[in-house]
Design a protein around this ligand. Structure first.
Ligand code: NAP
Ligand code: G4F
Length: 339
């Protein structure tokens, strides 16, 4: 039988890399879209070698998307590409809108024109709930986004609904709550914490500067979440689903656990930095994933404490390897400071 073909935008990102692995395990032909950058951004998928096919394209460029969808004729399209960092969305609101909002329309247009039978997954976000109007949040909770990122995701969410209703295309959105892993970008708070904990444990630094310690998130483990993306595209009818653990924890709790993993007290190292506070904050997110549990067999495999442990252990090993490779007289590269 001919293998099913999946086209993944954002394959070089955290979720794209785990999804590619998952689909390869299921014998899919996996095709990924990468954009041209001056330094290579393929660190998360290098280990997959030529098991994935990569095509150059950009969510900002309609022609490149149309051409690839036409050539590949995918059975399934996963739109994971985005400017996904909330802080950057205030610094670059127009770019965020172009990629994270209008990029969805460009990809849907490519599918509509070149391969309308393809089933499309859109990566929607719990950031769309923002200043929440009810707790926990489910598929019927009204949206109230609080950042240019959240607003762009909301546009992407509704244009996906609109292509489903206007053209009868199989388009579905996963409203995913925060999910993390050792592959998480270092600008996001969980990875910022675990990487800095590892540097402090190895004696390379003393401080961890953070913004709002009271913010609460529903944090899960990314490899668990990518499986639900595929499950959503196997349903008889397209439908949007919330995917979450149903537990919420504060940034402070994450810090406490992460430092305790290496036998340190977080209060000796964490410095509150007002410049890291956001212009508008999302205080508390917690999802109700009852529909995903019922229809998709969703269950979060890794709990909060294990997530923190997995990430700290991975970063402690990463920093140790970096130290081993360093010639004795060369300082270890400083960690970029994300605002
Ligand atoms: P990520 O690690 O930041 O990856 C984003 C991906 O998008 C990267 O592969 C990036 O490519 C690509 N990209 C950015 N701009 C692009 C453009 N103009 N054209 C083509 N590709 C572009 O994000 P993630 O955590 O894996 O999240 C995946 C998706 O789920 C995103 O849409 C995110 O907004 C959404 N989401 C994430 C979470 C979460 O907690 N992780 C929760 C809800 C929703 P480069 O490698 O070249 O930068
Ligand atoms: O880790 P964060 O940057 O993630 P955020 O804003 O929740 O967004 C992530 O999850 C969304 C799903 O809800 C995705 F759609 C989105 O793409 C992204 O993956 O920040 C989490 C919380 C915030 O409340 C922030 O104010 O941590 C707080 N925080 C406190 N100090 C910090 C810091 N966040 C970062 N990045 N850096 C800090 O120093």
């Amino acid at each position: 039988m001919k293998p099913r073909t999946a086209l993944i935008t954002g394959i070089t990102g955290q979720d794209g890399s785990y999804l590619a692995e998952h689909l390869l395990d299921l014998d899919y032909r996996v095709v990924g879209i990468t954009r041209r950058t001056s330094s290579h951004a393929d660190g998360r998928i290098q280990h997959l070698g030529d098991r994935v096919e990569l095509f150059g394209a950009d969510l900002l460029d309609q022609t490149s998307l149309l051409s690839i969808v036409d050539q590949v004729q995918p059975d399934e399209v996963y739109n994971l590409a985005a400017q996904s960092f909330v802080t950057t969305s205030w610094q670059q609101p127009v770019l965020t809108g172009e990629v994270t909002a209008l990029g969805v329309t460009r990809l849907l247009e490519a599918a509509r024109l070149a391969c309308p039978t393809a089933r499309v997954y859109q990566a929607s976000s719990s950031e769309m709930f923002g200043n929440v109007t009810e707790t926990p949040q489910n598929e019927r909770t009204p949206f109230y986004p609080r950042s240019p990122y959240g607003i762009s995701k909301l546009y992407g969410h509704w244009i996906a609904v609109n292509y489903r209703e206007s053209y009868g295309m199989f388009v579905t959105s996963g409203i995913l709550f925060n999910h993390e892993s050792p592959r998480r970008g270092r600008e996001f708070v969980t990875r910022k914490i675990t990487h800095q904990v590892a540097r402090i444990a190895h004696g390379l630094d003393r401080e961890l500067r953070l913004g709002n310690l009271d913010a609460r998130r529903d944090w899960g483990y990314a490899p668990d979440y990518v499986r639900t993306m595929r499950e959503m595209l196997q349903r008889a009818q397209p439908q949007d689903y919330v995917v979450a653990t149903g537990e919420t924890h504060s940034v402070r709790e994450f810090c406490e656990l992460a430092f305790s993993e290496v036998g340190l007290d977080w209060e000796d190292h964490v410095v509150r930095d007002p410049s890291l506070l956001r212009p508008a904050e999302v205080d508390c997110l917690v999802g109700d994933a009852s529909a995903a549990r019922r229809d998709l067999g969703w269950t979060p495999g890794v709990g909060f404490a294990d997530l923190v442990r997995i990430m700290v252990e991975a970063d402690v090993m990463l920093v140790a390897r970096e130290l081993e490779r360093r010639p004795t007289d060369e300082p270890l590269a400083a960690v970029p400071k994300w605002r």
